[in-house]
Design a protein around this ligand. Sequence first.
Ligand code: UD1
Ligand code: F6R
Length: 371
Amino acid sequence: KKGSYEHFMQKEIHEQPESLTTTMRGRLIRGGSCNAKGVLLGGLKDHLKTIRRSRRVIFIGCGTSYNAALAARPFLEELSGVPVSMELASDLLDRQGPIYREDTAVFVSQSGETADTLLALEYALKNGALCVGITNTVGSAIARNTHCGVHINAGCEIGVASTKAYTSQIVVMAMLAIAVGDDAISSQSRREAVIDGLFDLPNKVREVLKLDDEMKDLAKLLMDEQSLLVFGRGYNYATALEGALKVKEVALMHSEGILAGEMKHGPLALVDETLPIVVIATHDNCFSKQQSVIQQLHARKGRLIVMCSKGEASLVCPSGSCRVIEVPQVEDCLQPVINIIPLQLLAYHLTVLRGYDVDQPRNLAKSVTTQ
Ligand code: UD1
Ligand code: F6R
């Protein structure tokens, strides 16, 4: 079943051009002489009005699924104008946080069986919210118990570390944002640009997967490190969290995803000439802020690995002294799909080099069905 691959995680990373294609199949409308470009999500079409009118959208999930929702949040806020809040399922339950009838609660789960996410679903149902599922598993508890939803159709994911489900979840939530925002003329050109970007995304993913050898070399350089920081912001705050989660859960290396805007509020104290730091600085509305973060890290002799858009190495590292990972540029809201892939590859190679079990990391289970 692994074909020519040695591990399921490796196979699942490399099959993302295909899994994303299946995720989008039949759901993107190309547009033409009589109809506009758009998105068709069969499971949501009767509920879009309710979602548009809701007072708040709450994304609820655990781990990687939470990170995927965090990546999609800015685009949903932009297109819907509805406030979007984020909840880790366990924390929502611990707090018994307020949820109202006027809320739309979106449950994101690859397996559809995660105990905390399911309990949060029961809680939101009891409180009368519209409950929407985004899951990879047809017939799962979350798919059955939500009022409506979208299957991400990424195909079975076997490696415990979630990879292709993450990118498909982001794409489904970007399509959800387009569907919810579909009634606004003012954002039509933005929606159409993102739809074009979605059509082209599998090609761009194929391109970024060519960094495999480069990531293997980087893994060789980092394999004996104790720790790795990942700085991101805006659309790619989620990329920082998810990249760090991959490194810690499979390579068993301490890693922390940090919101770059928080740098001066503590993390800067960690910076010295030994600790490796990945900074995500692809081109978007936060680019100049990330350039100044890089300068400040550089001034403290930080050991930087900068991820930037193709052709922009000299803009992020004028001194030429940092290592640069150049990735293809796509629409800003889809960039997290591209940017996570080098970090998935890095986590994979680090794990192999450090001699750990790739598909069954120590102490972890694919589906966390107990609290
Ligand atoms: C559906 C079919 C698909 C078919 C397509 C043709 C299924 C599972 N999907 O896909 O095989 O090719 O029509 O038009 O039969 N749902 C939830 N919660 C969730 C996920 C889904 O309630 O977490 C519900 C949806 O609201 C919907 C149904 O499950 O009623 C199927 O969802 P989805 O597979 O995403 O719908 P389509 O893409 O239309
Ligand atoms: C990380 C990972 C976990 C899951 C989390 C939620 O690679 O796999 O963090 O994302 O346990 O699982 P689902 O999405 O099945 O609810």
